[in-house]
Design a protein around this ligand. Structure first.
Ligand SMILES: NC(=O)c1ccc[n+]([C@@H]2O[C@H](COP(=O)([O-])OP(=O)(O)OC[C@H]3O[C@@H](n4cnc5c(N)ncnc54)[C@H](O)[C@@H]3O)[C@@H](O)[C@H]2O)c1
Ligand SMILES: [Zn+2]
Ligand SMILES: [Zn+2]
Length: 363
């Protein structure tokens, strides 16, 4: 099959012939129908040391099942599925208490060293990022990383469910458990942040304030349900949030992950407010919390992984909300490209006005 391979940091994505194994155990083979370009794949390909190379990246993936391993119970040939990079065993104390996103044994979703690799090139094993490797014509994935979605779900929108949507909407609905009437700030209106806006609207937030550095993103954010937008280049976002909320917000979501932005987020909090760290910057990203002020104001700071999501419950739920017209995924799909165009696709995202670029031509 054809797959887009990264051979080393900064070397870009190149389509090559890659061999994919037959499913064993609880593995599911899918024909990939759509694969989203998340910012994290770009970071992994350029500086973030998460995945040895050569490797197939791509972790926002949807497709149709073509074969299943002998122990697969929840998924059948012909099912439409969306994947997520959350890996869980289903048996540890965290999983059994419903916190599959904190699973203690995610490695059970992977093959061990004694088994042949899922992906290989000329007989040499290759990496499969996050157990998915979605930048390819086919993907071999553990069934715990897949959820069945309705057949009527369009492929590009379905692909985005597993990372951008799960993370952004989940941060609001699960991690922060935003209540109707709460005030919400979303910093950074990329694919993840806009999904956070979707979540805040579904939760019934009274004010949804979005800051970004490009007017195009702010315009998009209003389409998703932002009640107020702030261009943080021309306006001080902290002063503006304090003014709009009358003293500070209940929930501030940092979908950027740069130290100055995170520090601004902390200063936007109202009494009892929570700051949620989602964006992943470089090693210098972070924030200092002054204990006295935090205690006096009852502030909290929470790091959020994958929107504290349970993918088996949440992916079908978001698909249903989309099909009912209650979640905007159409405006997340800004551009559709071919597998060969990933380098150009990440270039398009730099222009600032696109939410997500999705590979839908895998021929
Ligand atoms: N924690 C997790 O589990 C998790 C999961 C997925 C993605 N992420 C991370 O979330 C972040 C967002 O992902 P994405 O795909 O939406 O990225 P993206 O690049 O599409 O969006 C980032 C947005 O932030 C805006 N921005 C940049 N600087 C800003 C500033 N100073 N103030 C306000 N806005 C600013 C950009 O204009 C852009 O719209 C990335 O860092 C990604 O790695 C985290
Ligand atoms: Zn992602
Ligand atoms: Zn577990």
């Amino acid at each position: 099959m054809k797959a887009s391979v990264v051979n080393g940091f900064g070397q870009g994505f190149h389509v090559e012939d890659v061999d994919i194994a037959d499913p064993i155990g609880r593995e599911v083979l899918i024909d990939v129908k759509a694969s989203g370009l998340c910012h994290t794949d770009h970071s992994v390909a350029t500086f973030l040391d998460l995945q040895p190379f050569p490797a197939v990246l791509g972790h926002e993936v949807a497709g149709v099942v073509t074969a299943v391993g002998p122990e697969v119970v929840e998924i059948a040939v012909g099912d439409h599925v969306a994947a997520s990079l959350i890996q869980f065993c289903g048996r540890c104390a965290k999983c059994l208490s419903g916190k599959t996103h904190q699973c203690l044994h995610p490695e059970v979703t992977q093959r061990d060293a004694s088994q042949p690799p899922r992906l290989s090139r000329n007989g040499e094993p290759m990496g499969q990022f996050a157990g998915l490797g979605g930048f390819a014509q086919q993907a071999l994935i553990h069934e715990n990383q897949l959820a069945v979605i309705p057949d009527e779900m369009p492929w590009a929108q379905a692909a985005l469910l597993g990372c951008g949507v799960l993370t952004g909407a989940g941060a609001v609905l699960n991690s922060a458990a935003v209540q109707a009437g709460d005030t919400v700030v979303v910093m950074g209106a990329g694919g993840v942040g806009l999904s956070g806006v979707n979540g805040a609207r579904i939760a019934g937030a009274s004010k949804i304030i979005v800051s970004d550095i490009t007017e195009g993103k702010l315009k998009l954010a209003r389409r998703f349900g932002a009640t107020h937008t702030i261009n943080s280049v021309s306006t001080d976002p902290v002063e503006e949030v304090l003014r709009i909320t009358g003293g500070g917000a209940d929930h501030v979501f940092d979908f950027v992950g740069a130290r100055p932005v995170t520090e601004q987020g902390l200063r936007m909090l109202g009494k009892g407010g929570g700051l949620y760290l989602v964006g992943i910057g470089g090693n210098d990203a972070g924030v200092e919390v002054a204990t006295m002020s935090a205690v006096f104001n009852q502030h909290s700071v929470q790091a959020v992984s994958m929107g504290s999501s349970n993918l088996k419950r949440d992916l079908p739920m978001y698909a249903a909300l989309y099909l009912q017209g209650r979640m905007n995924l159409d405006d997340l799909v800004s551009k559709e490209i071919a597998l060969e165009e990933i380098n150009e696709g990440y270039g398009f995202l730099k222009d600032g006005d696109l939410a997500r670029v999705v590979i839908t031509n895998l021929s």
